[in-house]
Structure formats: C-alpha cells, structure tokens
Ligand binder design. Structure first.
Ligand SMILES: Nc1ncnc2c1ncn2[C@@H]1O[C@H](COP(=O)(O)OP(=O)(O)O)[C@@H](O)[C@H]1O
Ligand SMILES: [Mg+2]
Length: 236
C-alpha cells in the first residue's frame, strides 16, 4: 500500500531523514520507533505532503505522492494525525469531527459521524462539549476520530501516547488496534516502544535518520539491541 524508497528530508543544513526504505502492506499496523529527533515525524510529514522531500520516492497504491499537495494526498485516502493533539478548542466535539470530513462531498458524512461516535463512546458522551475541556486521552481520541472522518485507507499516527497516563495509553492503543481490525491500515510512530511493539505487526527502528533494524514486531521486542536501547533493558 505504501512504498517509501531512499527518502531524504532536510531542513536547511539539517539532514533529518537519510535514505529510508519502508513499506506498509494493506491491513498492517507498522510501527516506527526511535528516540526523540530520530526523524520519525519528518517521515510522516513527507508522506502526507507537509514537507517536501529532498530525495527518494513515496508511492501509495503505486502512485507517486511526491509533488502532490497535502489536500490531494488526503483525497487519495491517507490521513495524518499529527503529534500534539491540535483540537479546535472552542468548537464542540461534534464540530471537530465534522471538520475531518471537509474534503468530502458525499452524503454519508452523518453516517460516518455516528460510526465514529459508536467507536469512541467517551466522545459520544461529550459530543456537545467544547473540545478544549476534554482530557488528554479524550483529545487524542478526538483527533483520531477526526482523521477517520476522511475515510482513510491508511492512517498515519504520530505519537498518540505522548504525555498520557499509562492506563490511558493502553486505551488509546487498544482503539488503534480496533481501528486496524475494522479495516484501516496504520503507520504508527511511537517513542513508547514497548506499547508500539505490542500492537504492531512489523516495526522499524530509526536512528539519526536511518533505519537500523526492522522486522516482525514480536521479534524486535526480543532483540537484545532493541531491549537495551528502547525497552529499558527488560523484554516483557
Ligand atoms: N521544522 C524544522 N526545522 C529545523 N529542523 C527540524 C525541523 N523539524 C525537525 N527538525 C530536526 O530534524 C530532526 C528530526 O526531527 P523529527 O522528524 O521531528 O524527529 P522525531 O519525530 O523522531 O522526534 C531533528 O534533528 C530535528 O531537530
Ligand atoms: Mg516526532
């Protein structure tokens, strides 16, 4: 579904992504793990058209995405949930969700809204509440629900667990797995490697802009280099 080859992203003199190859097959959850500053967000931003790559290619369903605008990429079926939970604080939960369907002109938006509210009961309870009053976990659910309103085939998630309490992290990642099981392919960026490896099918380890390890998530979770560097020295 997604095929990235030789991707290079730079900000002025700073080379953030240095020749990354990465694939995501339909139906997978693929996780990209790595320390702060490794280049994870830069890869997602390049895929969704928010930064212009310096080199390489990004194909989605065989079609080259480089050179397309972010809104064109969204229309092809690819939605990004950026890090930082940018909800529209002064709008209600329902209004935030409807913003996610702005690129659509079909008549099923209302049905999709109901589907998203079914999937996120905590949002349903708060549908008329201002988004700024939600907890961090609820805001994360809201930005994920908003992305789903665009009916993506591929969902890009950037650090959905960042700053959340452990139980809330579990809940958010359970929802990610559920979204995947209901048919959406997922590329998940996480610093929380333990949790990410638990729900992913495959994973890539990124260090200073390069992929240093990749493979089935269950194997990486036992790999001693991963355990030492990302799992606090203990496999689980
Ligand atoms: N807008 C930017 N301008 C300049 N440098 C940036 C910018 N965004 C990211 N970087 C740099 O690019 C590198 C990779 O950043 P990023 O992709 O955000 O990493 P990660 O998401 O893994 O933390 C870092 O060295 C970071 O400082
Ligand atoms: Mg990041």
């Amino acid at each position: 579904m997604l095929q990235i080859e030789g991707l290079e992203v730079a900000y002025g003199m700073v080379a953030a992504v240095r020749g990354v190859d990465l694939t995501v097959a339909e139906g997978e959850i693929v996780s990209l793990i790595g320390a702060n500053g490794a280049g994870k967000s830069s890869i997602l931003r390049a895929v969704s058209g928010l930064v212009r790559p310096r080199g390489g290619s990004i194909k989605f369903g065989g079609r080259e995405l480089r050179g397309l605008r972010a809104d064109q990429i969204t229309r092809l079926g690819l939605s990004q949930v950026p890090e930082g939970r940018a909800v529209l604080a002064r709008m209600t939960v329902r209004e935030n969700l409807l913003m996610g369907a702005y690129a659509r002109a079909d008549r099923e938006v209302e049905a999709d809204l109901n589907r998203v509210l079914d999937r996120f009961p905590r949002l349903a309870e708060r549908r008329n509440q201002l988004a700024g009053t939600l907890s961090g976990g609820e805001q994360q659910m809201l930005v994920m629900g908003r992305a789903l309103m665009a009916r993506p085939r591929l969902l890009l998630l950037d650090e959905p667990s960042m700053g959340l309490a452990p139980l809330v992290v579990q809940e958010v990642l359970r929802l990610v797995r559920q979204i995947n099981q209901e048919g959406t392919t997922v590329l998940l960026v996480e610093q929380n490697a333990r949790q990410a490896l638990r729900i992913a099918h495959r994973a890539y380890v990124l260090e200073t802009g390069r992929v240093t390890l990749s493979g089935p998530a269950s194997e990486l979770a036992r790999d001693e280099r991963v355990v030492a560097a990302y799992l606090g020295g203990h496999a689980s």
